[in-house]
Design a binder for this molecule. Structure first.
Ligand code: NOJ
Length: 728
């Protein structure tokens, strides 16, 4: 019936109306400006206009939500986030446009809507897909009540270069973990738990290879062998499409010379025809126009023609489709089937969302989360606690008993707004708990000394007072939220500003120092690791960050996070990731091996690393060939004196293959909770079907031979067994 409805609509639509569906608008700022709004922003950025002058100009500005165009059927999708406004605009589309096709409202809901959860890179450290699914479910419910039907998420770009600012938005360096994350997010966003539970359409991004931008510089070129592309970068997208992901966003970058926006092979052949994406592909913001800067299109019109023909169904923000497609179809440059295919896909997503039957939000829905349910905040706290990674804990400085006299240092500790991280748009300050607020509740004898932060100078006086106070110093250092995310690549990923000097001064007082890191990327911490006894990676954990950090520092919650991305010792090692291809000369102390003269051989903290307040030992790895799968078992023992959780990680290495394979690849993981002294067996069944890899032609190869199977508490701390495997 849905198909019939789409076909009959299509038959009725004029070419303009079809192209209207392919057009996405966002509210534009209009006013009596002398220059375009974009230029105004640049003028503030480069200092030609002061903030005060800008504010004055903006006080005369208004929002144009494109009502007239909606009325004439010229808009298919819109970005807005005011529920009353969405209803108002939807009413124009449904009741006043000729065919009454509802609008699709999209928004960047990356790691939560009003309730902001940990950034994706942090949440991936939980190795807990059920939790990842829950946070997505909550975000979908909240955003739905905000009028959003379509999330520009999940971001599932594999990212192996800490310099890239957008590392923060995705699940890290490993395709197996990223695929688990992708599946969990699709289920959470798109699958309601009961009949009246709202759901949204997911938009996989950025399709594809964006995380491999050269040098970690945002928007930069991407070049890679196709076998690597299929086996690694495409994997999470493939997993997500299999889980039913409705839409995808084409990435800004080129892949091997052709920008994704106009890449027919990637969009049509791979994503739609082979993987089977059911819905449509949207461009990234302004990306069609940028094909002119890429030097792949002569002008806007050419860019639009190429994009449409490649299978890019919706134009985000350039109006190129709106301005040029009609003429391009009439002149025969863009076949009508291309337009029809795009419109079918867009309408099918609107139908899947139920927008034709229920285009409006009810009053009840709109106000459903006016008071935030405790359940949402509790989940944010739980996700925060589980995302924290204990990097180092020499001499068991941690946990800190509640009566300890603590000098809490660092301006980030007292900032409620920084906790949400990059790309959070819909949070409210009143929901945010700073580290200081969380810690003051848990530690009554705490005193706060700002001293300084990622930007600006240090206050010598405050440093003196912090050093003089108490038994232990807790220094909260790292990055502001603006230092990661889009357009925030860094060429030096050490602690920004003068924070290392601050740390050095604090260490000079001879008291134990706990470094709590708040940041959106792996940092290069060689110096810190050498000098600071305890280091806690706390990322940007969302609205409940303060409580999550306090609970882990006090031991009320046990740290259990494992790194989703390797931390370099020095920036010059980037990209550094555990699952790199084998070389002929693996790094070792001998001279002629693959390494730097002036850096350690390996990353500082590898993927999968993360300590607990108790300790675990793995032993007795057994691998049995069970026909269709390898049956893997390992003994895990809690050898410390507290209950805790260990994430046992299972890796494999294809010892000799027709294409050079990674030194190790994650294949699965199991979380075990053990009381002190308790032992158990962690078991994992590795389907033989999953032991292959793709070649440059996208052919899956399963090659008989010896495999090394590893079980570990990180990608480095492993025990292994070899097994000969025959596929047939
Ligand atoms: C640009 C970003 O690359 C993308 O992730 C985002 O969804 C769009 N802008 C829309 O805001």
């Amino acid at each position: 019936a849905q198909r019939d409805k789409i076909e009959s609509l299509l038959a009725e639509m004029t070419l303009e109306e079809k192209i209207g569906q392919m057009n996405q608008e966002s509210p534009s700022i209009v006013g009596g400006f002398e220059v375009p709004f974009g230029e105004l922003i640049e003028m503030v950025t480069d200092g030609r206009l002061s903030n005060a002058e800008f504010k004055k100009i903006m006080s005369t500005a208004q929002q144009d939500c494109h009502e007239d165009e909606i009325r004439t059927g010229g808009v298919g999708s819109l970005m807005v986030q005011d529920p009353a406004k969405t209803n108002e605009l939807q009413k124009i589309a449904v009741e006043e446009s000729r065919l009454g096709i509802p609008l699709l409202f999209g928004l960047d809901v990356i790691h939560g809507y009003r309730t902001v959860y940990p950034i994706a890179l942090a949440e991936a450290c939980t190795f807990d897909p059920a939790l990842m699914k829950k946070t997505a479910r909550m975000a979908a419910r909240e955003s739905h009540s905000g009028g959003v039907a379509w999330h520009f998420a999940p971001m599932v770009d594999i990212a192996r270069d800490a310099r890239w600012g957008r590392v923060s938005e995705g699940p890290g360096e490993d395709p197996c973990l990223a695929s688990a994350f992708a599946r969990a997010k699709i289920e959470g966003l798109q699958e309601p738990e009961q009949a009246d539970d709202p759901y949204v359409a997911a938009c996989l991004k950025h399709y594809v290879g964006y995380g491999a931008c050269e040098g970690g510089r945002d928007y930069n070129t991407v070049n890679m062998a196709m076998s690597l592309f299929y086996s690694v970068y495409l994997q999470p997208f493939q997993a997500a499409v299999r889980s039913g992901a409705q839409t995808a966003m084409a990435a800004f970058n080129d892949l091997n010379g052709v920008p994704c926006t106009v890449n027919k092979f990637l969009l049509r052949d791979v994503l739609k025809d082979t993987l089977g994406l059911p819905g449509f592909v949207v461009s990234d913001a302004n990306a069609i126009k940028e094909c002119v800067s890429h030097g792949i299109a002569a002008d806007d019109r050419d860019a639009g023609v190429q994009a449409a023909c490649a299978g890019l169904d919706m134009d985000m923000g350039t109006n190129i489709y709106k301005n040029h497609l009609k003429e391009a179809v009439e002149s025969g440059q863009v076949p009508m089937e291309v337009i029809d295919d795009a419109v079918r896909r867009i309408l099918s997503v609107k139908m899947w969302l139920g927008l034709f039957d229920n285009p409006y939000l009810t009053e009840e829905e709109m106000h459903r989360f006016d008071t935030l349910p405790q359940e949402h905040l509790a989940l944010a706290r739980e996700a925060g606690e589980k995302s924290i990674v204990l990097l180092k804990n020499e001499g068991n400085v941690l946990p800190l008993s509640p009566e300890k006299k603590i000098a809490l240092v660092g301006s980030l500790a007292d900032d409620r707004e920084e906790v949400v991280g990059a790309w959070a748009l819909s949070w409210r300050k009143e929901d945010c708990v700073s580290i200081r607020a969380g810690m003051e509740k848990a530690f009554p004898n705490l005193q706060y000394f700002p001293c300084g932060g990622p930007e600006g100078d240090m206050n010598a006086d405050e440093i003196q007072r912090a050093g003089a106070y108490g038994d232990v110093v807790v220094a909260v250092l790292g990055e502001t939220k603006a230092m990661s995310g889009e357009a925030s690549s860094r060429a030096d990923v050490t602690l920004p500003g003068k924070q290392r000097e601050l740390l050095e001064k604090l260490l000079g007082f001879g008291k134990p120092v706990v470094l709590v890191l708040m940041n959106g990327r792996p940092l290069a911490l060689e110096w810190e690791d050498r000098h600071v006894p305890a280091i806690v990676e706390a990322w940007h954990l969302g609205v409940q960050m303060g409580h999550a950090v306090a609970n882990v520092l006090s031991g009320k919650a046990m740290p259990e996070g494992k790194l989703s991305a390797s931390f370099p010792a020095m920036t010059g090692q980037c990209p550094v990731y555990y699952n790199h291809p084998s070389t002929g000369r693996p790094a070792s102390k001998s001279k002629f091996t693959s390494k730097y003269l002036d850096a350690p051989l390996d990353s500082l903290y590898p993927f999968g690393h993360g300590l607990s307040y108790t300790s675990f030992a793995l032993s007795d790895l057994q691998v049995n060939d069970a026909g269709e799968a390898l049956d893997i078992r390992v003994k895990v023992e809690n050898t410390g004196d507290r209950a805790g959780v260990e994430t046992v990680q299972f890796y494999m290495q294809d010892v000799a293959a027709s294409i050079v394979r990674p030194v190790k690849e994650l294949k699965g993981f199991v979380k075990v909770r053990l009381a002190p002294g308790e032992k158990t067996k962690a078991a994992f069944s590795l389907p033989k079907q999953d032991m292959g890899f793709f070649d440059d032609q996208w052919k899956y190869r399963l090659e008989n031979g010896v495999f090394r199977i590893f079980a570990g508490s990180s990608s480095r701390e492993c025990i292994s067994e070899e097994v000969a495997v025959c596929f047939s």
